[in-house]
Design a binder for this molecule. Structure first.
Ligand code: ADP
Ligand code: ZN
Ligand code: ZN
Length: 737
């Protein structure tokens, strides 16, 4: 076959398609389309089997075997590349690092509507003005809406948002004027924002941090290590303002939980330029708008959660990663990237400073700071007048508990609300109770889709005991009236979740508001804000999971009571101590941020646990020091590099079979045994939502041999027949093992 113009040497497009195959696909250009000079990074629509897919052109060349037999692309979608320069380079790097298909990585980087092939949205601000004919006609117009609008437009170009404010119903009038040729829609520069509001003058430590960031030439990684409330956000704001003053863009990443309306309002007020927000609460078209505005350089400040790390930054000046230790930066399915780590790679490629901020830095980041790869900047004290909270450990062994609360905790709550203060009762377990147990025969409710014979998965009791829900697969069912095993009626919810705490505290404190905040009570993004606003600064009790541990500025909190942390002290996950220490410090940091000093009570059955001792006596730094030592001895990250091969299938044997074959492939390719292989092992949840799951851990003291092995092994794994009978994936730098 020859191409439409009869020649046989039309260029060949190598297209990255969003399919789980580690290769590109070749097509001829769409017939009759002139390819732009900058073709790489443009999207094309192509036939793929019986379907059509949108892909990104990764290369243009002459096909090795001629273009005979290649299919024609269906449509060329962009006249300018969407992915180019640094961003495309960084995405190619990510592809190699994750050993993932380029097409899937590029699709992950694009907002959904662009992935589907929709046009890059218009990001201009539109306004209206009179034409010369309109100006001439104004004096003679009859009274009515068109005349009123014409008067507004006379000598001015108000934008559409301003017209919405000033004249309800203006759109119909505008259509009338436009039809008569008297008014027209034009792109405007948009309204200037309100003048920026000055922040508090920086203290010495803040100033030193701001200066260090401003003095950085080109790429430089900083760790901004500052206790909660020490003024890290002030440092980010000043550093961003300096980048803006140099005519550069800034990107600030915040954790899923931290991007609150409060945070955004603070950025907007302080920077005096539009701040573009990117988070899961936006619809597809809003997300594409922000992405396009960043690509065109119109967005000067982008604040967003994990996926905002993919925005184009043609004029980059600074990248900030707030709460860099936060787990939400790691994508847990599909392309399993870590936004913090990609932010570092991008900053390096862009030649700009990157600031990682946290009160509880990840051990990886602390290790990098200690080895000199990052410069540590410290804010050792709370800013302003707030003092650190006083922390006490309450030994509750042999004490009577009511809904999991000791008498001392209940007394402290009573005293605090009696003096007008607010209390947070922190329990990281939502629902009414973690288990429904038969008191007569010992039966307990297990999720049938997640349990395996020897090892159950209790369903959580909800709705005061009426409903059961699996927190792993989401399965729900009504709670049985009688025990399915022995027909006894003695079914009892065991343990305490946030709903049960709420029930008890409402009874115990009938005169003060009790507000529960967790994923069950607060579905909507602004739900927390509204619940907190409803409480105001009255005396009251908040009950919350980790949704409340971060982000929200709860100025009035005088007491934080932490209950039910003991299960976290004895987890098999090597990262559990780090996560627990971070959570405790973050929760404690909620107390006493306002004028009133704060107290934190930690209720535990293990008051002598070394984690609590180190944390309380030496703070997070001492804990981290001890924990790094243990990781080094045990050969865990950051002293080793891990990759995890996961497999799952409905049949129990298939995942193990695939992983056994994977082990054989790797053992052959790594004859020296540089990379240690552990497995196949059952996954931490060996069965979930009806699927049996197994895993293989690869670890190596240095990165290079691990990646060299994966480079060679991955194509072979894709080709294994056993691979087609399971769902499998590779997770480089996994965070949960
Ligand atoms: P972080 O981000 O470290 O939690 P923030 O930047 O949010 O800390 O600051 C905590 C509180 O202290 C905020 O209310 C902030 O306005 C205030 N603050 C920060 N820096 C100063 C300063 N130099 N002087 C007075 N108040 C400050
Ligand atoms: Zn029973
Ligand atoms: Zn389940």
């Amino acid at each position: 076959m020859t191409s439409a113009d009869g020649s046989n040497d039309a260029p060949c497009l190598s297209v990255a398609l969003p399919v789980p195959l580690p290769r590109l696909f070749d097509y001829r250009p769409p017939p009759g389309v002139a390819i732009p000079a900058r073709a790489v990074g443009c999207r094309v629509r192509v036939p793929f089997g019986p379907r059509e897919l949108v892909g990104v052109v990764a290369a243009v060349g002459t096909p090795a075997h001629g273009s005979d037999g290649l299919r024609d692309a269906v449509a060329w979608l962009d006249d300018q590349p969407l992915l180019a320069g640094e961003l495309l380079d960084s995405l190619r790097w990510l592809t190699r690092y994750l050993h993932a298909p380029l097409g899937e990585v590029l699709a992950t980087a694009l907002p959904a509507s662009l992935r589907r092939g929709e046009a890059l949205p218009d990001t201009r601000t539109w306004g209206w003005t009179l034409t010369a004919a309109g100006t001439a006609a104004l004096a003679g117009m009859r009274d009515g809406k068109p005349r009123a609008l014409a008067a507004l437009l006379d000598g001015a170009v108000p934008d559409e948002a301003a017209l919405d404010d000033r004249m309800p119903g203006w759109r119909a009038a505008a259509r009338t004027l436009a039809a008569r040729g008297q008014a027209e829609r034009v792109a405007t520069a948009g309204r200037p924002g309100p003048a920026p509001v000055a922040g508090p003058p920086p203290n010495t430590a803040q100033q030193a941090a701001i200066d260090a960031i401003a003095d950085a030439r080109g790429f430089h990684a900083f760790l901004l290590d500052g206790v909660t409330g020490s003024g890290k956000t002030e440092v980010y704001l000043q550093a961003i303002a300096q980048a803006l003053a140099r005519g550069r863009q800034a990107l600030a990443l915040v954790p899923e939980i931290g991007l609150t309306p409060q945070t955004l309002a603070r950025f907007r007020e302080r920077l005096g330029v539009p701040v573009h927000a990117l988070h899961s609460g936006l619809n597809d078209s809003e997300r594409a708008q922000v992405w396009a505005a960043a690509l065109r350089g119109e967005a000067r400040v982008v604040v967003g959660t994990r996926s905002a790390v993919f925005v184009p930054l043609p004029d980059a000046g600074l990248i900030v990663v707030d709460e860099e230790h936060d787990g939400s930066y790691k994508q847990q399915d599909g392309i399993r990237y870590h936004a913090r780590d990609l932010a570092l790679v991008r900053a390096q490629a862009l030649g700009v400073p990157v600031v990682l901020g946290s009160a509880t830095p990840s051990l990886e980041t602390l290790h990098n700071a200690r080895s000199g790869r990052y410069t540590a900047l410290r804010l050792p004290q709370r800013a302003g007048a707030a003092r650190p909270p006083v922390v006490r450990v309450l030994d509750v062994r042999k004490r009577g508990l009511q809904a999991g609360l000791s008498g001392e905790v209940l007394d402290a709550i009573a005293n605090t609300v009696a003096t007008g203060g607010q209390v947070l009762v922190f329990r990281n377990r939502r629902g009414y109770a973690p288990v429904l147990l038969c008191h007569d025969c010992g039966w307990s409710a297990q999720c049938t889709r997640c349990s395996i014979p020897e090892q159950g998965r209790p369903m959580t009791v909800h709705a005061g005991g009426r409903r059961l829900q699996c927190h792993h697969c989401g399965h729900r069912q009504p709670a049985p009236m009688a025990c399915p095993a022995c027909a006894s009626l003695a079914l009892q919810p065991q343990g305490v979740g946030t709903e049960r705490l709420e029930e008890h505290l409402v009874q115990a404190f009938p005169d003060v508001p009790v507000v529960r905040i967790d994923r069950g009570s607060t579905q909507r993004r602004d739900g927390i804000e509204r619940a907190l606003a409803g409480l105001g600064d009255r005396a009251g009790i908040l009950i919350g999971t980790q949704m409340l541990a971060k982000g929200h500025d709860l100025a009035g909190l005088a007491l934080v009571a932490v209950v039910g942390i003991d299960e976290g002290l004895f987890s098999a996950d090597f990262r559990a101590p780090e996560k627990l220490a971070q959570l405790l410090i973050q929760v404690a940091g909620r107390a006493g941020r306002g004028a009133r000093s704060g107290e934190v009570l930690l209720q535990t059955h293990h008051p002598g646990h070394p984690l609590l001792g180190t944390l309380l006596q030496g703070g997070y730094a001492a804990f981290a020091e001890a924990e790094l030592l243990q990781r080094e001895v045990a050969g865990f990250p950051p002293f080793a590099h891990l990759a995890l091969l996961r497999a799952e299938a409905a049949h129990v044997e298939l995942p193990r079979e695939f992983l056994r074959e994977a082990v054989a492939v790797m053992a052959r390719l790594d004859a020296q045994g540089a990379v240690e292989l552990q497995g196949p092992l059952p996954a931490p949840m060996p069965r979930r939502a009806g699927f049996h799951r197994a895993q293989l851990v690869l670890s190596c003291a240095s990165r290079r041999p691990l990646h060299a092995l994966l480079d060679r092994a991955m194509p072979e794994l894709h080709a294994l027949p056993a691979a087609r009978r399971v769902r499998w994936s590779l997770d480089v730098d996994p965070v949960d093992l």
